[in-house]
Ligand binder design. Sequence first.
Ligand code: ZN
Length: 276
Amino acid sequence: MANFTTHIAVGTLVSGSLATLTLAANVIAPENLIPITLAGVLGSVLPDIDLKESRPSRAMFGGLAIFFSFSVLFSAADRLSIVELWMLWLGTLLLVRYGLRNIFHNVSVHRGIWHSILAGLFSAAATAVVFANVLDRHEGVAWLAAGFMFVGFLVHLTLDEIYSVDIEDKRLKSSFGTALKLFDRRHPYATAGMAAALGLAIWLAPSPNVFLTGLSSRDMWAGLNERMLPKESWFGLVKVPSLIARTPSPAPQDITTGAITKEAPNNSAAPPAASP
Ligand SMILES: [Zn+2]
């Protein structure tokens, strides 16, 4: 399997590329972009949460402990005394950090149900629930975060599967087929539990309609296509050679595409002065 560093590196790369597209699509406020990108990075290490002494597991339960202890603290702040708040905060922190983690590791099997697409779907729906109900974000933003989580999760499973092919010996390691799977055939109860958790998360999650409408919007994809390559020069320095200059797209509001078409014959006849 791929190690933690590889997972973080590839997960960050994929999430960063998606975040760039999201930014260019101009569909969400920039301050939502950081938590959404982090959801993708988190997804890329989450399947290894069931490894007992793994960094994702320690980091995850540490993070969850902080998250829940402060949520409890803030929700009870105006009702309890300071000493009670201290006890409540510390109690929640320890309970999640050690209690929940021990229970989790006693019931989970590595490369079991957590290494499945089903768990990825559950994590995505749970992300939407947390973004909408705990972080109080718009439902479209919540489902976008869910999408990032799911892509990160898939990247992890795919990477593990790729690493189970032994390149030098040209044979498959015994772990082949255990990383990327729809659900866990060996553990039907765990699979049923995960399916139930997925159902519950979907029931709690906000409506995905805004997200789905946005995702299927022709204008958004046309706009992204429009912005994919520079029109005149790279970084404002190196002129775009006419051969790979973008062909004008049918976006009606665009003004600059017409100019490129007109210039194209000249450019191909005489290369631009800026090129070496
Ligand atoms: Zn893994």
